[in-house]
Design a protein around this ligand. Structure first.
Ligand SMILES: Cc1ncc(COP(=O)(O)O)c(C=O)c1O
Length: 361
């Protein structure tokens, strides 16, 4: 009988945020942290312009996109690898640097793709307790064993919205053995306004064992096109280029991505929207007596009650029936919470109204 590799059937498949509600109308989707403002017009235009190129293979090295990313971020394009979403890069980093019997350290409520990529390569994800739902640097360093090969950190973290400072990030790197790969996943970096935050390119420059991953799925609102990229030392670039698909980014993805990253003013508008509406949403929900965890990203983790009528599951059902979809977080070990994306003003006003209805029903 044909059998898949041991460990794969223990793997819980990734569950994406919901996008459908009962009935036949389009919901207000606050479940996947896509930017409220949608993509840059210039990116959409670039996407359409590719329609006469669909019979040709794309550029397998994403040269133009990497050149723009390099220029805008002040980085050498030789140190950049593009992926079909940052997910592809996370999978390939695991394939390149961990295997059966190895351990991969992740924090207790880390992004759910990390345990999946660990299991996929036969490695064991080891969960490290957090402090106040925040990555704990010292606990992570203490959890390192002889088998540890990779440490994943999402900074800011999804679904908690918490972050660690650039000093803490530096302390993390210096506390890990040199043969441990540190993957700093900065999917939400553009939204952060705190001065003590830094994505960590300096750590990549200073060593051969650190990678920073980024995505176009969040602030650039191009999730459907699947575009991610990473900044890595040349030996890691070499490994990723051997493992990835030869044409991993489609031509429309490369063109729209390039236009999006060059449209800095649109990105800043999305950042400004978040800077206004994240605290607005936090304050409105706090006023209703809900516990809202501090977040520097474009979503909030909100805690509901623990009785039959006011718990997160009941809230989720109530909101879905009203056509609004936040994200359930029970799969993240946070069954009392829901994660809510900072959507458009009207969406958030409607959501807050529906929360009030739920709490006073
Ligand atoms: C922390 C984090 N990293 C990576 C990703 C994946 O992004 P992409 O769409 O680039 O694969 C997500 C998406 O939700 C995320 O929250």
């Amino acid at each position: 009988m044909l059998k898949c590799r041991p460990g794969i059937m223990e793997l819980a498949p990734y569950v994406p945020g919901k996008s459908q509600v009962p009935g036949n109308f389009s919901p207000i989707k606050l479940s996947a942290n896509e930017s409220a403002l949608g993509p840059s017009e210039k990116a959409i235009e670039a996407f359409y312009k590719c329609s006469n190129l669909l019979h040709l293979y794309p550029d397998g090295n994403s040269i133009d996109l990497r050149a723009s990313l390099g220029e805008i971020n002040g980085l050498n394009p030789e140190n950049i690898v593009c992926g079909a979403g940052s997910d592809e890069l996370l999978y390939n980093l695991a394939r390149g640097y961990a295997g059966p019997g190895d351990e991969v350290l992740i924090s207790d409520h880390a992004f759910n793709v990390y345990p999946i990529v660990a299991y996929c390569v036969g490695a064991k994800p080891v969960k490290v307790p957090e402090k106040n739902l925040t990555f704990d640097v010292e606990a992570t360093i203490e959890s390192v064993s002889d088998k540890t090969k990779i440490v994943f950190i999402a900074n800011p973290n999804n679904p908690t919205g918490s972050y660690i400072t650039s000093d803490e990030l530096r302390r993390l790197r210096s506390g890990l053995r040199e043969d441990i790969l540190l993957v700093i996943d900065c999917a939400y970096a553009e939204f952060v306004t705190n001065k003590d935050y830094n994505v960590g390119y300096d750590l990549v420059d200073g060593a051969e064992n650190t990678v920073v991953t980024r995505t176009f799925s969040k602030i650039y609102a191009l999730a459907a096109l699947r575009i991610g990229w990473c900044y890595a030392p040349l030996p890691i670039v070499d490994v990723l280029n051997r493992l990835r698909g030869p044409f991993n980014l489609s031509t429309p993805a490369q063109s729209a991505g390039k236009a999006a990253v060059e449209d800095i003013s649109h990105m800043l508008e999305a950042k400004e929207h978040n800077a206004v509406w994240l605290p607005w949403l936090r304050d409105a929900l706090t006023e209703y007596g809900l516990k809202v965890y501090p977040s520097v990203a474009n979503f909030l983790l909100v805690q509901f009650g623990d009785n039959e009528s006011n718990n997160a599951l009941e809230a989720m059902k109530f909101f879905a029936n009203k056509g609004i979809l936040p994200r359930e977080t029970s799969g993240y070990g946070l069954p009392n919470c829901l994660r809510v994306t900072v959507g458009k003003q009207k969406e958030l006003e409607k959501f807050v109204g529906v929360v009030k209805e739920f709490l006073t029903k």
